[in-house]
Design a protein around this ligand. Structure first.
Ligand SMILES: Nc1nc2c(ncn2[C@@H]2O[C@H](COP(=O)(O)OP(=O)(O)OP(=O)(O)O)[C@@H](O)[C@H]2O)c(=O)[nH]1
Ligand SMILES: [Mg+2]
Length: 592
């Protein structure tokens, strides 16, 4: 049976997973409507893909291995690894939004690897879809990224992934995804490889199983791999060690299938090599050449993970000690490739690819019963050729024309430089390049500046010379000066002075941040004060309390808005913001 290996790539939300799910349904690999490639709980809740995942489908006489990749920029390094191990990509582009930063990033990587993409202009059912213009923009992007003639001659398929429809011409009627599947069969060359040669396989992704331990997903380039086989794992540097394959799987729909052997061209999952890592070559004898290394992106931000020491510590968590947190983080390192952790010292320093990357880890931990607190994320500075450098991002912003001026000014203050501006139908698309440091904490303000009508997306483009001091307008914190239950009466008074993070009846402690202040200065308040009782009824009826809905702090919001003198407390039940020094006296002393 012939094999085709492809990855589906795109900007976040352009419809990769929906399209993959539709392919699974059409080919009968999945019959249950509720089954999706986004199988992880957090993925389902958030409607985004976090982990790249493999699936296989059978179409006519061909097996197609598909990797559904995440579109969010924080998980971009997942995509890069995958691209090394497949033969072609399906580049999905939203027919309304057109190419976005991550479209550019994943296409650039694909073109550099010499892949010949198939372009899917997706969501053509959207009322504001403009497939012709988007197709033109995609072509320009190919040109801009230095595509060669063969790559420029890309096939185009129009699709409504959500309805499982694809067509080769806009005017075609379209019934199912057959045109896309046929295009894949025709344009992607069969996965080749000498089956009788000695085995060579390369791991491009990691997994973990409670019984089997660390697992690796990889592609067999040559030879045959057998369950139970003794193999050699070789680092790109040539270092080797021996191990035994204790379990061998291929993919089958959303499941993995136990097999006795797999051959060159296929993508498999293996267990048995406890310390296998991305890029290592699994082979048969010492003399075989390892496959070229797979590059892994470096972290861009860091923050401290600490044992929770707030007055409410230990109330809600099951695992709260340094040792428990350490063990959990060590387990995470098994599979979370972009993550680094420095375990020296009392606080663990965690390095990640962005706020979402860290937020997902914290969210997973709290759901498993962990409780901890973290410090404000900071960008990582490096020294390159004697010069201080920091991570930079490319930012694409879509806003109504009326907000464009404000955004350009705000981004300018954050040391971002506008590299492009396009206006169409009252909407502006602004492109900037600026330091990650300036962008940290900007998203919340951006929503306000654009009255919720703006879209911002960004991706790291590398380390560049330090951009200099950045002055950010810091919102002040409304800090509780007492402990107890927050009362509606006092919250109703406090809400005029800023916006609140808590609702009535929430328990607070001294030093807990319960809101922000519009004045920009910290303010100690008492949210537990009740109404003075008096014998006399006030004239008129008691006015009903008019409470504006509060802004609940999530892990992501917390990481974004927290100050350098604060901690974010994360427990299975709550996310609280607090001052590191709980009393006003201590804070004043340490501020000096
Ligand atoms: N109108 C329309 N919406 C679609 C179509 N396909 C997907 N969507 C919607 O687009 C949203 C994102 O779809 P996903 O398939 O999760 O997108 P994705 O590219 O996998 O997203 P990430 O993996 O997070 O990057 C969902 O709300 C889908 O219902 C389509 O053909 N038309
Ligand atoms: Mg997805």
């Amino acid at each position: 049976m012939e094999i085709r290996n492809i990855a589906i790539i795109a900007h976040v939300d352009h419809g990769k997973t929906t399209l993959t799910d539709a392919i699974l349904r059409q080919t009968g690999m999945v019959t249950d409507e509720s089954v999706s490639m986004d199988s992880n709980t957090l993925e389902k809740e958030r409607g985004i893909t976090i982990y790249a995942k493999n699936t296989s489908i059978f179409y006519k006489d061909t097996k197609i291995n598909i990797v559904d990749t995440p579109g969010h920029a924080d998980f971009g390094s997942e995509v890069e690894r995958v691209l090394r191990s497949i033969d072609s990509v399906v580049l999905v582009v939203d027919a309304q939004e057109g190419p976005m930063p991550q479209t550019r990033f994943v296409l650039k990587k694909s073109l550099e690897l010499g892949l010949k993409p198939i372009v899917v202009i997706n969501k053509i059912d959207k009322p504001a879809a403009q497939p012709d213009i988007v197709q033109e923009e995609v072509f320009e992007l190919f040109l801009d990224l230095g595509a060669n003639d063969e790559q420029l001659d890309f096939p185009v398929v129009y699709a409504i992934g959500r309805e499982g429809i694809a067509k080769l011409h806009m005017e075609d009627e379209g019934h199912d995804l057959t045109p896309l599947l046929e295009t894949i069969i025709a344009k992607v060359h069969p996965a080749a490889g000498d089956v009788s040669a000695p085995l060579r396989m390369q791991a491009f992704n990691l997994g973990y199983d409670n019984f089997l331990g660390r697992m690796a997903v990889g592609r067999i380039y040559e030879g045959t791999l057998k369950d139970g086989q003794t193999v050699i794992a070789k680092k790109p540097t040539g270092e080797t060690r021996t191990g035994r394959i204790t379990k061998l799987y291929t993919f089958h729909g959303t499941e993995r299938k136990d097999v006795k052997e797999a051959i060159a061209g296929d993508i498999v999952m293996i267990a048995g090599l406890a310390d296998i890592f991305i890029g290592e070559t699994i082979c048969e004898n010492e003399t075989q050449e390892p496959l070229p290394a797979i590059h892994i992106d470096e972290p861009t931000i860091s923050l401290n993970f600490l044992v929770n020491d707030s007055p409410f510590a230990g109330r809600e968590g099951k695992f709260v000690t340094t040792k428990q947190i350490r063990e959990r983080l060590e387990k995470e390192l098994e599979i979370n490739v972009g993550l680094h952790i420095d375990f020296e010292g009392e606080n663990y320093k965690v390095y990640g690819r962005g706020e979402l990357h860290i937020a997902i880890l914290l969210e997973n931990m709290r759901r498993e019963g962990y409780e901890l607190q973290v410090s404000q994320p900071q960008v990582i500075f490096k020294e390159e050729e004697g010069k201080k450098t920091e991570p930079f991002e490319e930012v694409t912003i879509d806003v109504p024309d009326v907000s464009a001026g404000t955004i350009i000014e705000k981004m300018g203050r954050r040391k971002a430089i506008m590299t492009n501006m396009k206006q169409l139908n009252g909407q502006s698309r602004l492109t900037f390049e600026g330091p990650t440091r300036g962008l940290l904490g900007y998203r919340g303000e951006f929503v306000i500046d654009t009255k919720g009508e703006g879209i911002m997306s960004s991706r790291v483009i590398g380390f560049r010379p330090y951009a200099g001091e950045i002055q950010k307008r810091m919102a002040g914190a409304m800090v509780s000066m007492t402990s107890g239950k927050a009362l509606g009466f006092s919250l109703a008074n406090l809400q005029d002075r800023g916006s609140l993070y808590i609702a009535p009846a929430v328990e607070v402690y001294e030093g807990m941040v319960i809101g922000d202040t519009s004045k920009g200065l910290d303010m100690a308040v008492n949210p537990t004060k009740g109404k003075q009782l008096s014998n006399m009824r006030s004239s008129g009826a008691d006015e009903a309390l008019q409470l504006v809905p509060h802004h609940e702090i999530t892990i992501e919001i917390g990481l974004e808005i927290m100050g350098p003198d604060e901690y974010l407390e994360v427990t299975p039940k709550s996310v609280r913001l607090r001052k590191q020094y709980l009393t006003e006296g201590e804070r004043k002393r340490h501020a000096r």
